[in-house]
Design a protein around this ligand. Structure first.
Ligand code: FES
Length: 106
């Protein structure tokens, strides 16, 4: 199965914020009915995957939230809190518009 979007969330913080963000993303995908989609007759999934450090620690371990990268666009978000995930799911995954206030340079 091909992924529509594949999201990687850093869970390398002591605060557990990355794990909370990953859980919130999975919950929000279900809530907004974007966990799997039918596109051109093919089933596509939006997948959330917890990972280790992605070398943007200034916006992750040393910041207030977690680093998140969304493929295939390779859009990087930093300092993401669980309260931000509804916007990522709705704006980015649903509407195709990255959430500007969370963007970081990689
Ligand atoms: S600890 Fe999260 S990017 Fe390094």
């Amino acid at each position: 199965m091909n992924y529509q979007h594949h999201l990687f969330i850093c869970t390398n913080q002591k605060s557990e914020v990355g794990k909370d963000v990953a859980k919130a993303l999975k919950k929000e995908l279900k809530k907004q009915d974007l966990k799997s989609l039918l596109i051109g007759g093919k089933k596509r999934k939006n997948r959330v995957q917890a990972v280790g450090c992605m070398d943007v620690c200034k916006h992750c371990k040393k910041g207030h939230g977690a680093a998140v990268v969304v493929y295939p666009e390779a859009v990087w978000y930093g300092d993401v809190q669980p309260r931000d995930v509804a916007d990522i799911v709705h704006e980015h995954l649903g509407q195709g518009r990255p959430v500007k206030r969370l963007l970081i340079e990689k």
